[in-house]
Design a protein around this ligand. Structure first.
Ligand code: TXA
Ligand code: MG
Length: 334
């Protein structure tokens, strides 16, 4: 048997813990920490501190009508911040938490109105990332965290993306490596008998249906009712370069145009100055994990237009197509 000497690991280990301790202290003092999660990096603040939450809106340039997701480390911790966890929500929590599922539940008085944009409900999730959960435990606070990007822009899936976009506007960036899932959490309303998917994301509709049966999609059908998820603007996730969706082939071009291609699977890149392939073998998970970084690389390539191929509208493909459609809407000339 070979004896394994891990003494050399201890300085590294303690640095890791020191980083989490520093981040927890910053949060407890009302500061902002960019926190890795399995979906995208979040811009975290103490959800109970209105001033800290106000800074999140300010740093992101996010309108106040768009409510934030509150992150917790356990169901136990959640009990203080919601007044009820319906049976359907408990079932889904048992199946998908920790993980990329956000549930909209009735909020307790402890959650400031600023977090929920005045709504009587709060969106909550337990993230499936070691660093995020250790930070949540260490800080011993619920953390309000939107994606750590300027409002309407591409979500960050690495620490470097956060630094590029938010720089020193955040007090600390906790580097947890590239995000495993790569698209945001699925936001659901489970107050009724049927689960309603407000935003497709990392947990697929098919996975939810296997647990609770048929789901519905989109906002509440009542046109006079409150808007179910005010943050679901048509324009979002947008690169600076105009992006359009095209099933196949080349668009008609003007002379001198430099086109980029955001392909799902391998395809000949004829006519394109630059190509990104989300998954050469056509795997939707791999495609989701690569999506935002690929959009960023194309955005930095000096192109006049990005042509994106829609992916199959199933499983994680729903979340990918949703982001592509919003990116296309967001990059129309203003
Ligand atoms: O994966 C994620 O969800 C990431 C990581 C950091 O956890 N966070 C994230 O947050 O994507 P954000 O702020 O970019 O998106 C939150 C979404 C918005 O569409 C917002 O409208 C919706 O959640 N939301 C928040 N509170 C809500 C509420 N009370 N009712 C309905 N929708 C809500
Ligand atoms: Mg976002």
């Amino acid at each position: 048997m070979i004896a394994f000497d891990n003494a050399h690991l201890s300085p590294l280990r303690s640095r890791y813990h020191a980083r989490i301790e520093d981040a927890a202290l910053i949060l407890r003092a009302g500061g902002l920490v960019a926190m890795p999660t399995e979906t995208v990096y979040g811009l975290a603040a103490n959800a109970l501190d209105e001033q800290a939450v106000a800074r999140v809106f300010e740093v992101k340039g996010r309108p106040k009508f768009d409510p934030l997701i509150v992150h917790v480390h356990s169901l136990d911790q959640l009990l203080d911040f919601v007044t009820e966890i319906p049976a359907l929500a408990r079932k889904l929590a048992a199946e998908f938490w920790p993980g990329p599922l956000t549930m909209v539940l009735p909020k307790s008085a402890l959650i400031p109105d600023l977090v929920t944009a005045g709504a009587p409900t709060v969106a909550v999730r337990i993230p499936d990332h070691k660093l995020a959960r250790e930070l949540l435990k260490k800080a011993d606070l619920p953390l309000a965290a939107p994606s750590a990007n300027p409002f309407g822009r591409i979500s960050p899936t690495t620490a470097a993306h956060v630094r590029d976009q938010l720089g020193d506007k955040v007090d600390m960036v906790l580097n947890g490596g590239p995000c495993r899932v790569g698209v945001e959490s699925t936001v659901i309303d489970c107050s009724g008998e049927i689960v309603r998917i407000l935003r497709p994301g990392g947990v697929t509709a098919e996975e939810i249906e296997r647990v609770v049966g048929k789901v519905e999609f989109g906002q509440t059908p009542d046109p006079h009712g409150p808007q179910a998820s005010p943050g679901l603007l048509a324009q979002h996730y947008a690169p600076r370069t105009p992006l359009s969706l095209l099933e196949a082939g080349l668009p008609s071009t003007s002379p001198g145009e430099r086109l980029g291609l955001l392909a799902f699977v391998l395809e000949p890149g004829d006519g394109f100055a630059c190509t990104e392939t989300l998954s050469p073998v056509g795997d939707l998970r791999e495609a989701a994990a690569n999506l935002f970084a690929a959009m960023r690389r194309l955005d930095a390539a000096g192109l006049s237009r990005i042509i994106a191929r829609p992916v199959p509208e199933r499983d994680l493909g729903r979340a990918i197509n949703d982001r592509l459609r919003r990116a296309a809407a967001g990059s129309q000339p203003e």
